[in-house]
Write a protein that binds this ligand. Structure first.
Ligand SMILES: CCCCCCCC/C=C\CCC/C=C/C(=O)SCCNC(=O)CCNC(=O)[C@H](O)C(C)(C)COP(=O)(O)OP(=O)(O)OC[C@H]1O[C@@H](n2cnc3c(N)ncnc32)[C@H](O)[C@@H]1OP(=O)(O)O
Ligand code: FAD
Length: 633
């Protein structure tokens, strides 16, 4: 083991295993995750790491081991495929959940065990604006069929992932059967027998290469009436239409995957922090004091300033992910029972946190890569691949700006309710105080009150202020004679800013609540330090907001920076131990820089030598192209 890494792991001030258990949701979950990893994957003789041929093996193994829990499926898949996406991702996280949530019982029993499918909602002309989708589904009572059709070039289904060129069970979203409703269809087209179908691949992408994203054009293709997913809405044999309790129930799968993406952003950021911090512990470069040995780059304050706030953010997002999934499970359970009362709140929370966490993680991956210098740009670090695979999460499952505006819609509605004298509950209850809060600068000392509860309060006031400013912008636009829609559009910068601040407050509050639940003194102490770091770092980035909200004075601003530097120094001794607690296996991380043993250079040389370009002493291109040219010169 590299001596630097060895030294970093001595004198631990907290129990790493207990922190890993907290991240997993308990010791039993940690044990089960490791059992799946060590026994069912790594020690399985059939396991052929990450090669395409192992995809069928993986599916059969999941069935052989009886792994059906979505979290356990993901543990198994992530061991198989490491940090990359794989072709079945969409099947497991969108196609199956849609069947689970939108099929009636007869359809469920008929389809769920049997098929692998995709989710074809987006069209060439519309991905965000679902009410603009053009694919039609016209019911023919005479034959009891729906006629599916792509009337325009922009209506061609574009992007469905993992579409199988031979068999196409896919979930469709087609334009309204009635005024403003959408419906989902399962269409099992067996090619090439089924005429009227034109399918293909949309061509090379930025990345995401393990997933074949395709296109699908339908020319009056007929499917049985029974293929409409009929849990919430039905078309009867006589063509009459039974409306769902809410037209937004059709959007349920997107809310589910957005909820998953929140925790996934934390996982991806934790992977990158593991790589960058372990590498920064073994990399020596330049000098701090003339004549002394080159220091670990982790001892540079700028390196700590790059990485430790991201480390705190990774923990914050992992805890936010746990909260999001728990909230999703609770509210979707109520929805299943016909209680839709909290559906708007679930939508606003999942949409906002999906955007907030993916934007932050997306930027964070690049900071981690660049903090590793040239070796971060090598594919051996895994960081370029992680970035390429993660960055579309800011676009898919709801483009981030649009998602932030959905949250803003809920915040404005809540603000108007407060103005009308209603008492709010849930995540926006802090708006109840928006009219009674003293916004004038408080007479505070130049020292910052570091109490975590106080910091959460300051973020709450900041969010409330920005919600009020956005609402005032809309009111001012209206007062200038703008229609409601233009008033909204002319305030969307403020609205996104308000949603961002609301999400930032929510994530800090979740982090504080999780820290409060930690009983082990050592773990509580180090997690409390990270939560403080997360809050103070955010204050440093958005100082203007806190000054404008009157919760920070000019005299206190220097203490924000001073406090930040102190917290970086406090995290430094535990940094490697904190990434060890994420418990990412070398095989899954697949990074020469992030190896658990820290033996980076030896591994990098072996990795380079294994490159296809090094298979022969002299590359064949010399003999094929250069040598003949030399002979002519
Ligand atoms: C364990 C593993 C983890 C893995 C993590 C992920 C790995 C990645 C795996 C696979 C790769 C992903 C592949 C990608 C797939 C896709 O991208 S599928 C397609 C995704 N597409 C979208 O998300 C479309 C986005 N657009 C929309 O959702 C909607 O068009 C909209 C923007 C919400 C607008 O809808 P609409 O116009 O109908 O509604 P509005 O007029 O804006 O609002 C009207 C009211 O409806 C409420 N509303 C809107 N949506 C919802 C909802 N989902 N639930 C509840 N309520 C909703 C809205 O708030 C309004 O309410 P109000 O009137 O009271 O204000
Ligand atoms: C890797 C990848 C995989 C995908 N897989 C699938 C899949 O399996 N199935 C599927 O159905 N789809 C899939 N998609 C499509 C994805 O869901 C859409 O790309 C996404 O919903 C965004 O829609 P769009 O492409 O139409 O972007 P647009 O909405 O056209 O966005 C373009 C710009 O317009 C802005 N904009 C749009 N509306 C508004 C508004 N109301 N207010 C302010 N600004 C706005 C956006 O902010 C953005 O800046 C995938 C996409 C990617 C990248």
């Amino acid at each position: 083991m590299n001596p630097d890494i060895l030294r970093e792991r001595q004198n631990a001030t907290f129990d790493i295993e207990k922190l890993t258990n907290i991240l997993d949701g308990g010791a039993e979950r940690t044990n089960r995750r490791r059992e799946i990893r060590e026994v069912l994957v790594l020690n399985d003789p059939d396991f052929d790491y990450g090669t395409p041929t192992s995809l069928p093996t993986m599916i059969l193994k999941l069935r052989e081991y009886g792994i059906s829990d979505p979290v356990e499926i993901n543990w198994y898949k992530s061991m198989y495929w490491g940090t990359g996406r794989e072709a079945l991702g969409l099947h497991y996280v969108m196609f199956l959940p849609t069947l689970y949530t939108q099929c009636d019982s007869e359809q469920f029993n008929k389809w769920v065990p049997l098929i692998i499918g995709t989710y074809a909602q987006t069209e060439m002309g519309h991905g965000t604006h679902l009410r603009g989708l053009e694919t039609t589904a016209t019911f023919d009572p005479a034959t009891q069929e729906f006629v599916m059709h792509s009337p325009t070039v922009t209506s061609i289904k574009w992007w469905p992932g993992g579409r199988n060129p031979l068999f196409l069970p896919l979930i469709f979203l087609s334009i309204p059967l009635s005024a403003s409703l959408f419906d989902l269809f399962l269409s099992g087209f067996a090619l090439p027998t089924c005429s009227g179908i034109v399918i293909g691949d949309i061509g090379p992408k930025f990345g995401f290469d393990a997933v074949d994203n395709g296109y699908l054009k339908l020319e009056h293709v007929r499917i049985p009436r029974e293929n409409m997913l009929m849990k919430y809405a039905q078309v009867k044999p006589d063509g009459s239409y039974v409306k769902p309790l809410s037209s937004k129930l059709t959007y349920g799968t997107m809310v589910f995957i957005r909820s998953l993406i929140v925790g996934n952003a934390g996982i991806v950021l934790s992977q990158c922090c593991t790589i960058a911090i372990r590498y920064s512990a073994v990399r020596h470069q330049s000098e701090i004091r003339a004549g002394e040995a080159e220091p670990q780059i982790l001892d540079y304050q700028t390196q700590q300033h790059k990485l430790f706030p991201l480390l705190a953010t990774a923990y914050a997002f992992l805890f936010a992910g746990q909260y999001m999934i728990d909230t999703y499970n609770r509210i979707s359970g109520d929805i299943n029972q016909g209680d839709l009362s909290e559906m708007p709140e679930l939508h606003a929370l999942s949409a906002g946190l999906k955007a907030f966490t993916t934007w932050t993680a997306n930027t964070g991956i690049e900071v981690c890569r660049m903090s590793c210098g040239g070796h971060g740009y090598s594919r051996s670090s895994a960081l370029p691949d992680i970035y390429v695979e993660f960055t579309p999460s800011c676009t898919y499952e709801g483009e981030n700006t649009v998602m932030m505006l959905q949250t803003a819609r809920f915040l404005m509605k809540s603000y108007r309710q407060v103005q009308a004298g209603q008492q709010l509950s849930g995540a926006v209850s802090y708006l109840n105080k928006v009219h009674h809060r003293v916004m004038a600068p408080q007479a505070v000392s130049s020292q910052l009150d570091l109490n975590l509860n106080t910091l959460v309060d300051l973020y709450e006031i900041r969010a409330a202020m920005l919600v009020e400013l956005a609402a005032q912008s809309i009111q001012q636009e209206s007062a200038r004679g703008k229609c409601q829609e233009d008033s909204w559009n002319n305030s969307t910068i403020d609205l996104v800013r308000a949603s961002d601040a609301h999400c930032h407050y929510m994530v800090l509050k979740m982090f504080r609540d999780k820290v409060d639940q930690i009983e082990d003194p050592g773990v509580h102490s180090v997690m409390s330090t990270l939560a403080h770091l997360y809050a103070i770092h955010g204050m440093g980035n958005f100082t203007g907001d806190f000054l404008q909200a009157g919760v920070l004075t000019g005299a206190q601003v220097p203490s924000v920076s001073k406090c930040l530097k102190g917290l970086l120094a406090e995290v430094r001794p535990s940094a490697v131990l904190l990434v060890d607690a994420f418990d990412h296996h070398d095989k899954m991380l697949n990074s020469v820089l992030g190896r658990h043993d820290g033996n980076v250079y030896e591994a990098m040389f072996e990795w380079a030598r294994s490159s296809p370009l090094n298979r022969t002493e002299v590359h064949e291109s010399f003999h094929k192209h250069l040598k003949p040219l030399q002979a002519k010169l």
